[in-house]
Design a protein around this ligand. Structure first.
Ligand SMILES: Nc1ncnc2c1ncn2[C@@H]1O[C@H](COP(=O)(O)OP(=O)(O)O)[C@@H](O)[C@H]1O
Ligand SMILES: Nc1ccn([C@@H]2O[C@H](COP(=O)(O)OP(=O)(O)O)[C@@H](O)[C@H]2O)c(=O)n1
Length: 217
């Protein structure tokens, strides 16, 4: 096969909350000079619109309607990355109609001609099942809670470690237990447990895993 006929490099990075998947996905995008999509922001955007405009996250129709307001959500809005919005995102993301309505833009991003890196919960299983490399990034819940706690404290938010751990456990259970595109490691994904890894080590390992897949693709 000649260089020009090679399939574009698509990297799927999935995993639970605060496992480090976003950090790894961004680093891979930089390393391979690829565009990156944080798909969690789409679900968080829907959640933030509902939260701001008083919509009911328990109502799938209202959640689908909020997708129409996504373009008005400021990606730098502080609230977008809050635990409250993450919690609402995990509720609305369980609705098949919400997932369906967000499917096309994620698949279009994954299918762009130059390749792409996407991170989320169902990239390797649903959005880009033919991705060149799939990583399932995880870490122990206590480690993830500590990381998220530090991140929130760094943004001067008033949070308690125990509450962050409870939120993370609740989100894990909901994301893994739902019927629609549950959080699950794709059969052909490489597991990357970052519990005892620094960011640098985790990124280095992620690159090694992608390189190994490139050798065999
Ligand atoms: N291996 C690691 N060691 C220590 N901290 C990490 C590691 N990976 C990520 N972090 C930090 O943990 C927090 C959550 O990481 P992030 O990549 O946003 O997770 P996710 O996208 O899975 O929610 C961030 O503050 C990030 O800097
Ligand atoms: N591809 C995706 C990405 C996020 N989500 C949902 O959106 C929520 C927020 O995702 P996120 O990736 O921003 O959350 P963190 O892992 O950064 O805390 C998750 O708890 C999932 O319920 C999803 O269902 N599918």
């Amino acid at each position: 096969m000649t260089e020009s006929s090679k399939a574009p490099l698509v990297i799927a990075v999935d995993g639970p909350a605060a496992s480090g998947k976003g950090t790894i996905a961004k680093a891979l995008a930089r390393h391979y000079d690829l565009p990156h999509m944080d798909t969690g922001l789409l679900y968080r955007g829907v959640a933030l619109s509902l939260f701001r405009f008083g919509g009911d996250p328990g109502n799938p129709f209202e959640a689908v309607r909020a997708i129409g307001d996504l373009d008005q959500v400021d990606p730098d809005d502080e609230e977008l990355r809050s635990e409250t919005v993450g919690e609402i995102a995990s509720r609305v993301s369980a609705y098949p109609a919400v997932r369906q309505a967000l499917l096309e833009r994620q698949q279009a991003f994954a299918a762009q001609s130059g390749g792409a890196v996407l991170d989320g919960r169902d990239i390797g299983t649903v959005i880009a099942p033919d991705a060149t490399a799939k990583l399932f990034v995880t870490a122990a819940p206590e480690v993830r809670a500590e990381r998220r706690y530090k991140e929130l404290i760094g943004r001067e938010l008033d949070v308690h470690l125990e509450d962050v751990l409870l939120d993370i456990r609740a989100r894990d259970a909901r994301d893994a237990g739902r019927d629609a595109a549950p959080l699950v490691q794709a059969e052909d994904a490489d597991l990357l447990d970052t519990s005892e890894m620094s960011i640098e080590r985790a990124v280095q390992r992620a690159i090694e895993l992608v390189e190994a897949r490139l050798q065999t693709s």
